[in-house]
Design a protein around this ligand. Sequence first.
Ligand code: GLN
Length: 538
Amino acid sequence: MNTKYIFVTGGVSSSLGKGIISASLAKLLQARGYSVTIQKLDPYINIDPGTLNPYEHGECYVTDDGAETDLDLGHYERFLNVPTSQANNVTTGRIYQSVIEKERRGDYLGKTVQIIPHITDEIKHRIKILGNKYKYDFVITEIGGTVGDIESLPYIEAVRQLRWEMPDESLVIHLTLVPYLAASGELKTKPTQHSVKLLLENGIQPDILVLRTEHELSKEIRAKVARFCNVDIKSVIQSIDVSTIYEVPIKMSEEELDVQVLSKLKISFKDKPELKQWKTFLQKRQNAKEPIEIALVGKYIELHDAYKSIVESFEHAGATNEVKVKIKWVVAEKVTRKTAGDLLKNVSGILVAPGFGLRGVEGKIQAVKYARENKIPFLGICLGMQCAVIEFARNVLNLQEAHSTEMLPTTPHPVIDIMEEQKSITNMGGTMRLGSYSCKIKKNSNVFKAYNQDLIDERHRHRYEFNNTYQDEYEKAGMKATGINPDSNLVEIIEIENHPWFVGVQFHPEYKSTVLNPHPLFVSFIAAAYKYKQSNKN
Ligand code: GLN
């Protein structure tokens, strides 16, 4: 079958969940046996979100091929259980960069370079490459932002052209909001009507409308939207608020979003999507026994999206263990020798989060100390692992001024130091150690028990590393390097003996946890935390 292109636009408000709707539709099509990929087009001018503060846009998600991308790609992978790549996330900055590079090379010699056709052609090329090169059955392209935004206009125009060029091989789904006015007890469709008008002004007639709502939409409301917006009533799909994003595919299946898509593209179908494993996950999630509380110590705590993949990894690992993981959000800067006991007293596990820069580091180090001394299960990710190494140096090896050269370049004990190949790099974007690298795991370790294999691949995003000149000292004192990169000898995992579960990883396991493949380190961490809670009950 020729690749079919589905465009997902949004109107009325941002944050309606275009990413989750796209991922849910993709899941349903995949569950009918099709190969599907999802792409996000971001209208901002940064080349990628790698240089953005997480407060701006939430977590920066990293793919196997080392692309720093929008957090929606994390949802795509968690839903589809298929890796994404650089091709799945394109920003305006990247589009302009390639057009300008072509202009300098003389590719357009003699011509005026313009938004139409040059920028729109580049956008169309980036959309179609997923079909042409990778031969997916379906490419779902999510257009970031909201219709009417100045910066998303070239994307909307590219969609208009593609719909014209491929009328039978493409369709547009528009996601809007139907607000509820509590005072009058009414659901209002006018914003949706206006939003569709705006799309029509840009030459796009949506084929399917997905309406986000807090209350059930009556048949009358659906009929009204259908009439005003030129769509079939069956193509007015309700997306009602649910308790977890993982229920959205089930809801979309009940609303027959996939059936509408297949019928409009004239693809015959019979069976229902095969969602057995997905439903088992939801069932386990519901069966969850008593809650356990895990502290997440980080510096962007006010914005939970900054730790999106970690939160979702806890969801997957919780369901696997059939426990309800409750996150206690702990602001790193607030953790001191004095406050640690109060802030962390009832938790069954402590996760110290990734991060950059000095702010909050001393608090993270105090949280590590508390976990180590009180034998509370601990997982340190990237900077979290580096903090564990610094804490051990200061309080066990007696190197009181130990630090990372990222925070204190003049430290006499640089136990975490910049990687050799990073020293000469001056550009900021895309220059860290990024993407997938192998790691050899030592047997007789908690991580070996978790993975049950000795060679793994995990994704990275860092500039600093464990300083191998200190390795002997650490090993003798009980902090073991249990995972090493076989090519570069970089320490990727540390563990502490005489502690039930104390693991620090230089990589980011959270990027690889999916519903069908919960990450073994998170699963094992939650199992250890549950055990800790059971044994400390009385
Ligand atoms: N700032 C640290 C480094 O660059 C850790 C990065 C991270 O936590 N992702 O090595």
